[in-house]
Design a binder for this molecule. Structure first.
Ligand code: RTP
Ligand code: MG
Length: 148
């Protein structure tokens, strides 16, 4: 089964949206393997957003993501990367469809509430950057036989 890394960003935590966001993925049928409130270090932030290193917004992106606690999660399920990206919605809130997380709750691109891995390879790298292997819990999902 495919794993993905999702993270409620500091604005989502401060706005009290952790529960709302987690509920959406639970109801979809994804399995939560790990979740923790944490403050991302400067080093972790730079590793996480390495692909944007040369962009003009890199500095402000790093300040934002390290500005307060985030809620980091690992979710598992069939096509979990693509499924969660579509549930999150477009990067720019004006392009994010209603019904998506950003479409329903975000106003600014620089305060777009949640991160989701964009590929299986990114997910592996991002999970390793934020979690130790033993923080991921392996268990049987009771609803799996009705989902798949
Ligand atoms: P994320 O990685 O945070 O899940 O967001 P994403 O895939 O939808 O977007 P990405 O292209 O990876 O960009 C990462 C974050 O950088 C900010 N951004 N600002 N032109 C800009 O000013 C600009 N472009 C991107 C956004 O906050 C975006 O979520
Ligand atoms: Mg991205």
């Amino acid at each position: 089964m495919e794993k993905t890394f999702l993270m409620v960003k500091p604005d989502g935590v401060q706005r009290g949206l952790i529960g709302e966001i987690v509920t959406r993925f639970e109801k979809k049928g994804l399995k939560l393997l790990a979740g923790k409130i944490m403050v991302v270090t400067e080093e972790q932030a730079k590793t996480h957003y390495i692909e944007h290193e040369s962009k003009p917004f890199f500095g402000s992106l790093i300040s934002y993501i390290t500005s307060g606690p985030v809620f980091a999660m690992v979710w598992e399920g069939k096509d979990s990367v693509a499924l969660t990206r579509s549930m999150i919605g477009a990067t720019k809130p004006t392009d994010a469809a209603p019904g998506t997380i950003r479409g329903d709750y975000a106003v600014e691109m620089s305060r777009n509430l949640i991160h989701g891995s964009d590929s299986v390879e990114s997910a592996e790298r991002e999970i390793a950057n934020m979690f130790k292997a033993d923080e991921l819990v392996s268990y049987e999902q009771a609803t799996a036989k009705w989902l798949y």
